[in-house]
Design a protein around this ligand. Sequence first.
Ligand SMILES: NC(=O)c1ccc[n+]([C@@H]2O[C@H](COP(=O)([O-])OP(=O)(O)OC[C@H]3O[C@@H](n4cnc5c(N)ncnc54)[C@H](OP(=O)(O)O)[C@@H]3O)[C@@H](O)[C@H]2O)c1
Length: 266
Amino acid sequence: MIPLGENRTSFSEKIIWITGASSGIGEALAVQLSAMGALLILTSRNESELAQVRDRCSGQVSILPADLSIGGVHELAAAALAIHGRVDILINNAGIGQRATAEETSEIVLRQIMELDFFAPVLLTQALMPHFRSQGGHVVVTGSMAGLMGVPRRTAYSAAKHAVMGYFESLQVEHAIEGFFITIVSPGRVRSRFSINALRGSGEAHGQMDKAQQKGIPAEVCAGKIIRAIERKRRHAVIAREERLLWWLRKWAPPLYYIAARRFGG
Ligand SMILES: NC(=O)c1ccc[n+]([C@@H]2O[C@H](COP(=O)([O-])OP(=O)(O)OC[C@H]3O[C@@H](n4cnc5c(N)ncnc54)[C@H](OP(=O)(O)O)[C@@H]3O)[C@@H](O)[C@H]2O)c1
């Protein structure tokens, strides 16, 4: 137990479940939140990478490996709740990208992206709703700027992130639970393994660090901004640089957006 008043943060002793915690933004969230006194539950498929992240964290960290794209989400939520008897903050961060045109993208890949990027955060949240209804809590979901506008070679990904935006914004409007909050974060490009892991049309990994990805903001900076958005209980946080301009153009000068957006498909 941390004595009251001594190095306490708003995350001290909070039970935080992070999905997609083995790399990139999720890993950076884990390291920073553990340093702020949170007790973590980390999920992704790769158990040994999760163990490496646990070694970089300072506090109590439990590992709950799972493939979130194949269902079984209710059982997983029960397993997460059983670790400490509660979850205070669920960070739905696991995700997979796309590097293929609409015509190249097979039905299997389209469904795989929707399973992980849309159904997993929705079903995990739904599974924990009775718990949040009784004790309050906070759900965070990593959307994307591609969830706010169209991006070439990201049709399935952008659709999944738009669906995330629609679902969680609707949930924000719908629920009236005391002490329960939802934060949607929409990052622009973040430097991580995201483009390397992104799926091509027939399901193989893109395998390349795209130039634009390389120029993105560091995952640690993105994680810091997500943490501030959680602390402030922000409903929606856009974490982006030049992508903001594109978003602005879409709203105020659509013809220019359609020209400029084509350059964002690399
Ligand atoms: N990087 C960007 O430019 C960017 C921009 C906007 C939004 N985002 C969003 O940010 C989130 C994190 O992305 P990132 O940049 O940190 O990419 P990343 O480094 O590729 O991390 C993705 C994470 O998701 C996990 N994951 C992938 N497939 C999974 C599955 N089937 N089941 C469970 N976990 C799975 C991965 O771990 P395993 O491989 O071990 O399963 C990994 O921990 C995603 O939701 C992404 O859409 C990223």
